[in-house]
Ligand binder design. Structure first.
Ligand code: GCU
Length: 573
């Protein structure tokens, strides 16, 4: 079940205190012969008699405020990779004639979910939503839900075992109990017809294949009220003449829409725009646009840990707006829905990405299925967000035939699912000879924008090389620099030749921006990165202390000199 626009439904959150039990040897799941234990922790057993042996007790276990990663909530769990069990008691009154779903915004990485001691199901993948139908299973009165979360990395996982971000484990986004009518609007898509400015098209899907059901679509500000009737599959497509005011960074216009069917009425806010590439130009609403971007990890400002809330989104995106951005690269995985919706309201275009990152197991069919499912679920959740202009299928992946096939299939899948947005991925520079850097990639035929990461002056070369460096990007497509940057410890000062100083980072930004600005087809950039973030790969004590220091802002929210270099550059665009 998709449950499109879950926040528009009738829901109650299970946010708040959950009991948790740390389970490093999966005692709560397996017996001592490593067989699944039918009476695992999910039974939430209690010792009833004085001789009862029950070696766990949720009621006396510590509490954790959910949503949250566990790493920043309990110092014993900062580095922990393994299983943690969570339990929440809740009261419920199932409504007659209604269905109830348990919805999870995200759980990293492997979630096994149980209700009142019975397994609901399992989900793999740390950054996309999932739900279980609990109709008839949720009781009238008191219930308990148990989730076993395991954040261990797996070579065949997506991402794999190697990544430059903290492996935050936990129920990292909201848990909702959602009531919908027996027959409900499960999914919908509402957008401008590709390439047109005077026609709104889309599709509405009911949750069951029933024909002849009435669905009413209203866009009051456009004086649209369409009464539609579903086909045998329970769906209805529409095409409506209308010339909406276009969404843009300068004017992030959103229209209130309502969808009604039976007793259900859903509201959403939809923006209308066109995005395309023509030759080496990216065009928004038919006009060339420069993507003034910045990369952002889903890390909470100030407190660290996983960002998940509207407030987290407002702070991070507020900094991006202050920078002068019209674009954000939400790296390296789908961010929470609040982040995308807040960006839409603020007029920030979005690059949304699945964590097909570095050394993925390209020849493993299960790995591909995992990646495709995450891509599918990312597009499903956000396909009505007009500010998402790029779906990205990978980041910095090593060349091989298996990788080419894997990524080509992902790119084709994304385009089949949604041909109204641009497809890209973060490639790498394939080589530098005679002071000319070249970007050549088999995947260039599948993407609309040639995007690549390059750290001239940081991972190789000197900052001053940027003054003379030439570029060869042999495609009649725009190019976008999805990453460049340098580390700086905020408050460390020295001359611009001294690494880790703010001056070094600022000079690298100045020279790098000037370099790309000289190259034809430069369509934008999302430098790495808005804020310093935790990474297990950054051990230099006194400077990194497990932080990647490429932020333009420190993890304490203090802007570094390079912030203002980029801000000044964007003023010229
Ligand atoms: C890579 C990668 C980032 C990483 C960055 C760095 O380009 O895409 O995830 O954090 O470089 O090394 O800082």
């Amino acid at each position: 079940m998709t449950l499109q626009n879950v926040y528009a439904r009738d829901y109650q959150t299970l946010n708040g205190s959950w009991n948790y039990i740390i389970d490093p040897f999966d005692m709560g799941y397996y017996d001592y012969r490593l067989k699944e234990n039918p009476n695992g922790f999910f039974k939430n057993q209690k010792a009833k008699h004085k001789a009862d042996l029950v070696e766990y007790n949720f009621d006396t276990a510590p509490l954790m405020l959910i949503p949250s990663d566990w790493n920043t909530k309990n110092s014993q769990l900062f580095f922990y990779e393994g299983s943690v069990w969570f339990k929440k008691d809740f009261n419920y009154s199932p409504q007659p004639g209604k269905k109830t779903f348990a919805y999870f915004g995200a759980v990293n990485y492997d979630a096994k979910v149980y209700l009142n001691g019975e397994k609901l199901g399992e989900h793999i993948g740390g950054f996309t939503p999932f739900s279980f139908d609990i109709t008839g299973k949720v009781k009238d009165g008191s219930n308990f839900i148990v989730v076993r979360v395991n954040n261990e990395r797996h070579p065949e996982g997506v991402p794999t075992v190697n990544a430059d971000w903290w492996n935050y484990g936990g129920i990292t986004r909201e848990v909702l109990l959602v009531d919908v009518p027996e027959l409900f609007i499960n999914d919908y898509l509402i957008q401008l017809e590709k390439g047109k400015y005077d026609n709104i098209t889309g599709k509405i899907n009911l949750s069951q294949p029933v024909a002849g059901k009435t669905v009413v679509l209203e866009i009051p500000e456009l004086k649209i009220k369409q009464t539609l009737s579903t086909d045998a599959s329970g769906a209805v497509s529409f095409s409506i003449k209308a010339k909406p005011e276009l969404w843009s960074p300068e004017n992030p216009k959103l229209y209130e829409i309502t969808l009604a069917s039976g007793e259900e009425k859903i509201k959403d806010k939809i923006g209308f725009r066109q995005v395309e590439t023509v030759g080496k130009e990216v065009r928004l609403n038919g006009k060339k646009i420069f993507l003034k971007g910045i990369s952002i990890h889903e890390e909470a400002p100030f407190r660290q840990g996983r960002a998940w809330s509207p407030d987290d989104a407002k702070i991070l995106l507020g900094w991006a707006k202050e920078l002068g951005c019209n674009f954000v690269r939400l790296a390296h995985y789908p961010h929470n829905e609040y982040m995308v919706r807040e960006a839409e309201k603020l007029g920030l275009m979005v690059w949304s990405e699945i964590p097909v990152y570095w050394t993925i197991h390209w020849d493993n069919p299960a790995t591909y299925a995992n990646a495709q499912k995450q891509l599918n679920d990312m597009i499903n959740r956000d396909k009505n967000r007009c500010n998402i202009v790029i779906w990205s299928v990978a980041n910095e992946t090593p060349h091989s035939e298996a990788r080419d096939l894997f990524l080509a299939n992902l790119a084709k899948f994304a385009r089949e699912k949604d041909n109204t947005r641009l497809i890209s991925m973060a490639m790498e520079v394939t080589g530098t000879r005679n002071n000319t850097s070249k970007v050549e990639d088999y995947m260039s035929q599948y993407v609309d924008i040639i995007s690549f990461n390059n750290y001239l002056g940081w991972y190789g070369g000197r900052v001053e090389d940027a003054k003379t460096r030439q570029w060869e990007i042999p495609y009649d497509k725009p190019f976008f620099v999805s990453e460049f940057g340098a580390g700086a410890l905020q408050g460390k000062h020295g001359d611009k030749g001294e690494i880790w100083t703010e001056e070094y980072q600022a000079e690298l930004y100045k020279q790098t921006l000037a370099m790309y600005n000289r190259v034809e087809g430069f369509a934008g950039t999302s430098p790495w990165i808005l804020v310093d973030f935790y990474s297990p790969r950054r051990q230099l004590n006194g400077i990194q202390d497990f932080f990647n220091r490429k932020g333009l802002i420190s993890n304490n929210g203090v802007k570094k000199q390079a912030f203002f270099v980029l801000q000044d550059f964007y003023k010229t665009k």
